[in-house]
Design a protein around this ligand. Structure first.
Ligand code: C2E
Ligand code: MG
Ligand code: MG
Ligand code: MG
Length: 281
């Protein structure tokens, strides 16, 4: 079919690709500049113990505070950052900043819970242990207060490498969570060889959990799997109390989602914690 379409198609395709790579270069340059100019910020989403309602963690989620575009969500620039390798310095910055912020919350007596930082595949196969050690040391934060979120697909890219890296991080005392669990295709037998602490039930299974029996079955299976492997399990993207009740009924330990709070700028976290603890009374 390609042959039959002839040269016109080829020319058209090339032009399209050139245009794409020009856009890509532009984004890459902007990202690089944004990093230099320190335009990235972290927002923090509370993670809650479903039974006690205690805040048991804060997930750090990066945003780009662009001078013209405003607050740009990560889905708009993380893929380009990954493809260009800029995720490595960006990710290192996010880890340092999250550790520094968590230390500041502890020093203020506000919060004693791990901060969870997302780590992408590219960082995972580079010197992640050095970057992690430097972030902890730079913030004077003990390793138990840092959790790293790695997606299921990252772990499956190179299983043996993943087992070694997770083992190293685990021995440092860092906590480990598998993000977006259920969306990749992991062989379940590998799960027991990964020294992880927690599974995160992907938001895509939570959205329709009340109406779609398949989603409910998958969420239930992930929760049972976690229990049987003695792992913690957290549901992400919980928006309604009906979803929360359902997940709680399935035995889910922890949750995060708009029901409790959207990701918050660091300076709003104190306020949130005060309101949240008042709500419990
Ligand atoms: P993720 O790690 O799975 O994070 C969960 C995403 O779901 C976040 O989107 C969060 O704001 C959103 N979310 C949480 N609760 C709810 C809810 O109740 N309803 C809805 N509709 N959404 C909810 P966000 O902040 O846009 O981040 C998207 C993704 O970008 C993250 O998915 C993560 O994969 C990536 N990301 C964010 N920060 C970083 C980072 O520092 N490094 C890397 N490598 N990736 C990051
Ligand atoms: Mg995450
Ligand atoms: Mg996730
Ligand atoms: Mg997700």
């Amino acid at each position: 079919a390609a042959k039959k379409a002839g040269r016109n198609t080829f020319r058209f395709y090339t032009q399209d690709m050139n245009q794409r790579s020009a856009e890509f270069l532009l984004l890459e340059n902007h990202l690089r500049l944004g990093l230099q100019k320190q335009e990235f910020v972290l927002h923090y989403q509370p993670q809650i113990d479903i039974r006690t309602r205690a805040v048991i963690g804060m997930e750090a989620l990066v945003r780009w505070q662009h001078p013209e575009l405003g607050l740009v969500p990560p889905n708009r620039f993380i893929p380009a950052a990954e493809e260009t390798g800029l995720i490595v310095p960006l990710g290192a910055w996010a880890m340092q900043e999250a550790c520094r912020q968590n230390k500041a919350w502890q020093d203020a007596g506000l919060l004693f819970a791990p901060v969870a930082v997302n780590v992408s595949a590219r960082q995972f196969s580079e010197d992640l242990e050095q970057v992690t050690a430097a972030a902890l040391q730079g913030a004077d934060l003990a390793a138990q207060w840092l959790e790293l979120e790695v997606t299921e697909s990252t772990l499956m890219e190179d299983v043996n490498e993943a087992i070694v890296m997770l083992g190293t991080l685990k021995r440092m005392g860092v906590k480990l969570a598998v993000d977006d669990f259920g969306t990749g295709y992991s062989s379940l037998s590998y799960l027991k060889r990964f020294p992880i602490d927690k599974l995160k039930v992907d938001r895509s299974f939570v959205i329709d959990i009340l109406d779609d029996p398949d989603d409910a079955a998958i969420a239930g299976a992930v929760i049972s799997l976690a229990k049987n492997l003695r792992l913690k399990v957290i549901a992400e993207g919980v928006e309604t109390s009906a979803q929360l009740d359902f997940l709680s009924g399935l035995g889910c330990d922890e949750m995060q989602g708009y029901l409790v709070a959207k990701p918050l700028p660091a300076e709003q976290v104190a306020d949130f914690l005060a309101r949240w603890s008042a709500k419990q009374l």
